[in-house]
Every structure is written in structure tokens, then in C-alpha cells.
Design a protein around this ligand. Structure first.
Ligand SMILES: Cc1ncc(C[n+]2csc(CCOP(=O)(O)OP(=O)(O)O)c2C)c(N)n1
Ligand SMILES: [Mg+2]
Length: 819
């Protein structure tokens, strides 16, 4: 059933004005006395202590970066340290109300947020739970060195655990939160609700909405906070994330029982600077980040500016925004004003700001101001607070000393393959939750299921292809695999552009609209970065996501999300998180230069992605089944040319039941002995045509091997084939230069050198733009190109007269010209 949001001329053409409401600016004006019902003196002391702890943590790093020593302990920290001295009140205020079920995502400058969140979450946990977190995390490796130097209460131990885990991570120790695989800009620790911090400015802006989506779709407790800088509001993915997070459908079309708008706060840590550029007055035009809310939705994202130099003002704002989120009226936007007294990094000479400016903010120091407030309110004496501060500084120092000690806190050995081992999780998970998957109908009632039932699951009858109407095709294979997993894993969701009523960009999802509630299959905004980013956030939270990009050509729009986020969080977590995302990417043709490129090589080049390209219904179903049962990010390329192809290779056709195909295995599609043709993508069908002609005209039998996958890739079947034939041609529809086929050719040259009669030859598309549909034959490889290349460079074909230029001279010429 299509949704019904009627578009009426009378309404959309009616005269009027858009009314905006006032955006509050620094409205908090309560005194400590006014807040007495919200905070006990101990609570206020905790806030003070946490701010001091963060300041000392950052001071320590500043000292060792600038002077190579702190309190007599020398240390050379080679990596970065983006410090947040001055931003402590904003961090502590942000975290104060959050428990372990509330999840924060952050930026490259998030040490303070991590510490504040860890401390706040630990205070909100039972001793037993907190102990479990510490003893179980990394098999106790973080805790063990601390226990050797400290015995005390669980909460005091937790304080040390948080400081030590963060220091050790920054110093690349095995005992760090992420075994040193994350480092300063990426440290995180999910058991306390501290999710990835991102060295890509604004990176969390597209990921956090997916985390909040998980909370809604799975009715999980807690909220999500995206802590991002003021300059990050210039980033496209941040705007896309905001747009994804504020879609009307959460409240208009989704089951109200899910809770409405996303429980997400975009919290701008507004320190007034990028590195040296100033969003306010120079690089942006909004003057107030809070103003952005006015352009987003009717509720203006409940945006407001908050005094982030007063922790209580920030807590007050969070309390009010959290109420808004709990009413299903999220997302919210906070413009939390703060100031970075430290440089962007310790080497920053602050050439972009005056000494006077820094001094004014130093005078307004939030820690001193808060201390004086507590003293003025007669809650604590100055002496008490100074003692508290000194004690916490000592604790930070002890943990620093422990973290730099190579015996207590070793680094991973250089010879270790650990990083390699955590690139992929390689697990299988049937379902990520035990509840019944939500479906709108019995699957046997589904129109698409019924339609497929009538199809013929093998594409040949008496050796001849059957009609496209009757043949079970590639689309059906992908559909069946998806439907299976939707019916098994209740956490599984799919989204992308035109995914619902339209049936997915190329009708793979047709029928799913009837079967799935809105929140399991929905249309996203045209925001490729947010689509992939949200899938990443969703998976980090513990669910399975399928995201779709309409064309490979749009990968650029989601470049960071594919190349830096989807691919890297498993390994940057030190193997602590998994990334069960399937990113379906359709490869086009006939649509010219910006809609017809095969960019599989871009994905294959990036460590941390599995990259597959099945081109038969049997392979599509089996490989999608594997991708959807696994825990790794799989970029799943699909060719638009062959969506409606029947199964021509797998005898017996495509099984009705469930089966998996190993994602690393190439497949011999036709046996032969004289020559191997290796294909990637739909070039398989071209290779079959060429093999037919080699046989009929030249009496040669070619073995055709379909790679099916670019990474991981088991070379053994390829090496075996080449051992037999001694000759190999590779064919791909991707532009030839730096293609997956070129990489395989290079490796085969090494692996099969002794078997080869000639170097492997790669035939791909020209290194041009894809021309108009009518001219595509000059661009995509054709049968003659393959035959001519074999003749010129591998095995002279008796009597063959080349129709195209495939000589070595031509290869050189093209490369010289760069085309
Ligand atoms: C995508 C991207 N562009 C540029 C950079 C380099 N860079 C690192 S921090 C930074 C400024 C970020 O400013 P803001 O978002 O306000 O955060 P702040 O540093 O002030 O905390 C820049 C440009 C980056 N890391 N990522
Ligand atoms: Mg900034």
C-alpha cells in the first residue's frame, strides 16, 4: 500500500509567510541555591572534580608534547594531541545526566568528553555492573595494571580505569581502550556508552543519526549525542545527518509505539574556531549555530545557545532537551558556547587570535568560576576544593605514569599481526536480538514471493535461454536473500533513496513494502553520506543494516562514510565492535559519464571492506546470504545490465532454500584447458561469448573463471587454472587503469610466474568517460577486443584478423596519453 501524503495545489500554492519562533540564547540564570533540588553538594563536588580531572589530563598531554616531561616523568608522545583545555565545563555538563545506555559520538577533540562520559556513566551503574565492565573488557587487560597499584572502592577504581584506558590508548598501548588501534582522536569505550570519536571533522554528524535510529527501531533505552565542533557545520555530511535525523516520517508514517522523532542531540562544542578559521564572522554566515535549527523543521530542532562555561547551564539544557527527546520530538540542537584555550594542537602558535582574547577566557576560567560559586554558596571551603583538585591531579598523574611505563603497559609488538587480525571479524550471527521480527504479512502471502514461485529457477531449457518473464533472475536472488534475513533478524533494516514504494532504485525491493513496517524499510533523503553513515551508526549500536546507493557513481558523495567509517571502525576498535552492514551499490550503463561507472576498484583499495560483485542469480543469492549472515561490511556491487538475467551456469538452478557462498571464492563458470579468462562483474557474459568463438572458430577451449569477489580473494582456483592453461586474459567493465582485474593480474604474475607462457593481459573499459548509450561499444570491452588481445599478446589465432588495436604499442601509447 503506498503511503498517502496528498500534494494539493490549493494548499501548496496558498499565500502566506513562514513563521519562525525565537531561538533562546543563554537563558539559564539559576543560582546554586536555585539548583539545590537538582544537585546535592556531593553532586556539585563530582562536577568540580571531573572538570579538574579533565583539565589535568589535557595539561599532562600538553606538557609532554611541549616539554617531553611531566612532573619529572619523561615521555616522547609521537602522535597527535588535540586538547580541549577550556572546554571542561561543556564536556562535564554534556555528560552529567547520561548513563551507560546513552551514547556519545565525538570528534578529534574528545578526550574531555570521553572522560566526562565515562565518569558520569560509572556513577550511574551498580557496583556489580561496573566491576563486570572493568574485569571483562579486553579480558581484564586494562584493569590488571591498575589493580597492581591501586586498591579502593569500585567507583574510585573506575575513575582510574577511565583515565588509564584513555592515556594507554593515546600512547598506543595494548592496555588502551582499543588496544592502541584508535589513538588520541578515535579513542572510545562502548561499555560506558562512549562511541567512536572521529578524526574526520563532522564524521559523527552522519553516524550518530544511525545510532539514534537503532534506538528507535529496536526500542532501546537511552539517547544519542553527537558532539561536533562549530566548524564541522560547514561539512556536507553534517547537514545530511541533520536532514536524515529530522525526517518527518518518524512521526508521520512510523508506528507511534516506536517513540517518534530520533532521540538525538547534535551538541555543537562551539569554541569559535576551526583550526584558525572562525565560523562566526568568517567561514560561515549563520552567526549562531543555533540558527541552523530554524531551517530544519517546524520545531527548529528545539535549538538554543547555551553557556558552556557553566556546567550547570549545560546540564539544565540537556535536562530539557532529554525531555523533548523522550516525548518523541527529537532531534535537538545545542549550540554550546565554550573556548579552546589550548592550541588546536600543542604545536599551534595561535597566530590566528590575539593573546588578549586568550587571556579574557583564561580569566573567565570555568573551573575557577565554578569553584568560587561553590565557595560563595558556602557548600565547600576553598581549602576543601583545592584539596579535591590536588587529589584528582595526583590520580591523573599516577595513571599517566602507569600508562607510559612500558612494562606495565606494553605496546603491541611490531611483528604482531594483531591489526591484520582485527580488520575483519569474520563471524556469523543469525540474529542480533531474540524478539520476533516484525513483518506485516505471512511471507507466503507476499505478491513478489508468489510471483517468484511461478518462475523457472534455471535459465536454460534444451540449451536455450528461456524468456526473461519466466526466468528467476539476479533481482530475485537478492530479494530472496534479503527476505530471508528480514524474517530471521529483527534488527535488520534497509534504507536508501526510493527504497520503499518505488521498490528500491532498480526494483530489487519490490514486494518488500507490503511485507515490512516502515521502520524496517524506508526512503531516506537524497543524502548518500547520511545513508552510509547511518548504516555505520546502526551497526555500531548492534543492529544489521542494508544501505543502498543507486549508482556506483554516487560513491563519491558517501566517500568518507565508505572509505573512513564503514571500513575502519572494526579495526580501530581493536576488534571490539563489529560492522554488519551490506552496502548495495548498483552499477549503471547507458546513462553517460556520471551514471555508468564501475567503481569497484575504489572500494577494493580500501582496507577493511569486503567487496563482491556477483553476476548470476545463484551467486547473487548465495553471496547476499553470506553477506547478511556475517559481521563485516560488505560492499555488494550489482550490475544494472544483468538484473533480469536467468541462471545459466549452476546446474539445477537456484535453490529455493537457504545456502551460502564463501565470499572469498572465485568460481569456474566454464571448464577449459587452453586459456583462462578471468572476469569481474558482467564481463563474464562477454567472456562466455569469446570462449564460444574461440571454440567454434579456433578449436580452443577456454576456461572462464568468475572472480565474484575482489576482497577477500582466494587465489588458489586462479592459480590452478593458470597451471593448466598457462595463459590468462582478464576482463572487466571497469576502466582498465588500476582496476580490480589489474590487481589480480599483478598478483597472478607473481603467483603463477612459472606456469605462464605470456604475461596476463587485462582488457577493461577505456580510461575515458563513459560516452552516450549509442557510443558505449567504443567504451565497454567487446568480444573482438578480447579475441584481438588474445591474438596479439597471448596466443596467435591462426587466420585471425584483428579488428581493434590491442597491441603492446597501443598499450604504451594509451598510457603515455593517460587515456
Ligand atoms: C574532513 C576534515 N577536514 C579537515 C580536517 C583538518 N582539521 C582538523 S580539526 C579542524 C578544525 C575543526 O574545527 P571544529 O569542527 O570547530 O572542531 P574543534 O577543532 O574546534 O574542536 C580541521 C580543519 C579534518 N580532520 N577532517
Ligand atoms: Mg571549533
Amino acid at each position: 500500500m503506498p503511503k498517502s501524503i496528498l500534494v494539493e495545489p490549493a494548499r501548496v500554492l496558498a499565500k502566506g509567510t513562514i513563521e519562525l519562533s525565537d531561538i533562546p540564547i543563554n537563558v539559564y540564570e539559576k543560582t546554586i541555591e536555585d539548583e539545590s533540588s537538582n544537585f546535592s553538594p556531593e553532586d556539585l563536588l563530582d562536577i568540580f572534580r571531573d572538570m579538574c580531572l579533565i583539565r589535568e589530563f589535557e595539561n599532562t598531554l600538553n606538557q609532554i608534547k611541549l616539554e617531553g616531561a611531566h612532573r619529572g616523568v619523561t615521555y616522547n608522545h609521537r602522535g597527535p594531541a588535540h586538547l580541549s583545555i577550556g572546554q571542561e565545563a561543556a564536556a562535564v555538563g554534556m555528560a552529567y545526566l547520561l548513563g551507560p545506555e546513552d551514547h556519545i559520538y565525538g570528534s578529534h577533540r574528545s578526550h574531555g568528553e570521553i572522560l566526562a562520559k565515562g565518569l558520569s556513566a560509572s556513577r550511574r551503574m551498580s557496583e556489580a555492573d561496573l566491576s563486570l565492565v572493568m574485569t571483562r573488557s579486553l579480558d581484564g587487560d586494562i584493569l590488571r595494571p591498575i589493580e597492581k597499584v591501586f586498591q579502593g572502592s569500585t567507583l574510585d577504581l573506575a575513575q582510574r580505569f577511565i583515565v588509564y584506558g584513555a592515556f594507554a590508548e593515546i600512547f598506543a598501548r595494548e592496555t588502551g581502550f582499543n588496544r592502541g588501534c584508535g589513538g588520541s582522536m578515535h579513542a572510545f569505550f562502548t561499555p560506558l556508552g562512549i562511541y567512536p570519536n572521529n578524526a574526520i571533522v563532522g564524521g559523527s554528524g552522519s553516524i550518530a543519526p544511525g545510532a539514534a535510529l537503532f534506538k528507535r527501531c529496536n526500542r532501546a533505552r537511552g539517547i544519542v549525542v553527537a558532539n561536533i565542533g562549530d566548524a564541522s557545520f560547514g561539512c556536507g555530511p553534517v547537514w545530511e545527518g541533520i536532514s536524515f535525523a529530522s525526517m518527518d516520517q518518524y512521526r508521520t508514517l512510523w508506528d507511534p509505539a516506536l517513540g517518534g522523532g530520533l532521540p538525538l542531540i547534535f551538541n555543537c562544542m562551539n569554541n569559535h574556531y576551526g583550526m584558525g578559521g572562525q565560523p562566526n564572522g568568517e567561514t560561515m554566515g549563520c552567526q549562531f549555530i543555533a540558527r541552523i535549527g530554524a531551517g530544519v523543521n517546524v520545531e527548529q530542532m528545539h535549538a538554543e545557545r547555551v553557556n558552556g562555561y557553566d556546567p550547570l547551564a549545560v546540564i539544565d539544557a540537556f535536562r530539557r532537551k532529554m525531555r523533548v527527546l523522550s516525548e518523541g520530538r527529537g532531534p535537538a540542537l545545542l549550540d554550546t558556547i565554550t573556548y579552546r584555550i589550548s592550541g588546536h594542537s600543542p604545536s599551534d602558535a595561535s597566530s590566528y587570535r590575539s593573546r588578549e582574547e586568550i587571556e579574557i577566557w583564561e580569566k573567565a576560567d570555568s573551573i575557577v568560576t565554578f569553584r568560587n560559586k561553590l565557595v560563595d554558596a558556602k557548600l565547600f571551603s576553598a581549602g576543601d576544593l583545592d584539596e579535591t583538585r590536588a587529589a584528582v591531579e595526583d590520580t591523573v598523574f599516577e595513571m599517566f605514569r602507569l600508562a607510559v611505563d612500558l612494562d606495565a603497559s606494553p605496546r603491541m609488538s611490531m611483528a604482531s599481526e594483531f591489526v591484520g587480525e582485527v580488520m575483519f571479524s569474520n563471524k556469523k550471527v543469525e540474529r542480533f536480538a531474540d524478539r520476533e521480527p516484525e513483518l506485516l504479512q505471512e511471507l507466503s502471502e507476499n505478491s513478489r514471493v508468489k510471483q517468484i514461485e511461478k518462475k523457472v529457477r534455471f535459465g536454460l531449457e534444451n540449451g536455450k535461454p528461456i524468456s526473461k518473464m519466466r526466468a528467476y533472475n539476479v533481482r530475485d536472488g537478492i530479494f530472496e536473500a534479503l527476505l530471508h534475513r528480514f524474517s530471521v533478524d529483527p534488527t535488520m533494516v534497509a534504507f536508501g533513496e526510493e527504497n520503499r514504494d518505488w521498490g528500491g532504485a532498480f526494483a530489487v525491493y519490490r514486494g518488500l513494502t507490503e511485507a515490512l513496517p516502515y521502520h524496517r524499510l524506508f526512503n531516506s533523503p537524497i543524502s548518500e553520506a547520511a545513508i552510509v553513515g547511518a548504516a555505520v551508526g546502526y551497526a555500531l549500536e548492534g543492529g544489521r543494516a542494508v544501505a543502498e546507493l543507486m549508482y556506483a557513481d554516487f560513491m563519491g558523495r558517501a566517500g568518507d562514510e565508505i572509505f573512513n567509517q564503514l571500513s575502519k571502525w572494526q579495526s580501530m576498535s581493536g576488534g571490539e565492535v563489529i560492522m554488519p552492514v551490506v552496502l548495495r551499490i548498483s552499477v549503471g550503463a547507458k546513462y553517460g559519464a556520471q551514471h555508468s561507472q564501475d567503481w569497484s576498484a575504489l572500494a577494493a583499495h580500501i582496507p577493511g571492506l569486503k567487496v563482491v560483485y556477483p553476476v548470476t542469480p545463484y551467486d547473487a543469492k548465495g553471496m547476499m546470504n553470506s553477506a547478511l549472515a556475517g559481521t563485516d561490511p560488505v560492499v555488494f556491487f550489482e550490475s544494472q545490465k544483468i538484473y533480469d538475467y536467468g541462471e545459466l551456469f549452476h546446474e539445477g538452478g537456484v535453490p529455493e532454500g537457504y545456502y551460502e557462498i564463501d565470499l572469498s571464492e572465485p568460481d569456474v563458470k566454464r571448464r577449459g584447458k587452453d586459456l583462462t579468462i578471468i572476469t569481474f562483474g558482467p564481463a563474464l557474459y562477454l567472456a562466455i561469448e569469446a570462449a564460444d568463438e574461440l571454440h567454434s572458430t579456433y578449436g580452443l577451449s577456454a576456461e572462464v573463471v568468475d572472480l565474484r569477489t575482489a576482497n577477500p580473494l582466494d587465489y588458489e582456483p586462479l592459480v590452478e587454472s593458470v597451471k593448466k592453461t598457462g595463459k590468462v586474459l582478464l576482463a572487466t567493465e571497469a576502466a582498465e587503469r588500476c582496476s580490480v582485474a589489474q590487481n589480480v593480474a599483478a598478483n597472478l604474475t607473481q603467483l603463477s610466474f612459472d606456469s605462464l607462457d605470456a604475461p596476463p593481459v587485462v582488457i577493461g573499459s577505456r580510461n575515458w568517460i563513459t560516452p552516450a548509450a549509442e557510443l558505449e561499444e567504443s567504451f565497454f570491452p567487446q568480444k573482438d577486443w578480447l579475441l584481438d588481445a588474445i591474438h596479439e599478446r597471448i596466443l596467435p589465432l591462426p587466420g585471425h584478423r584483428p579488428k581493434t588495436r590491442q597491441t603492446l604499442g597501443e598499450l604504451e601509447r594509451r598510457n603515455r596519453l593517460g587515456i
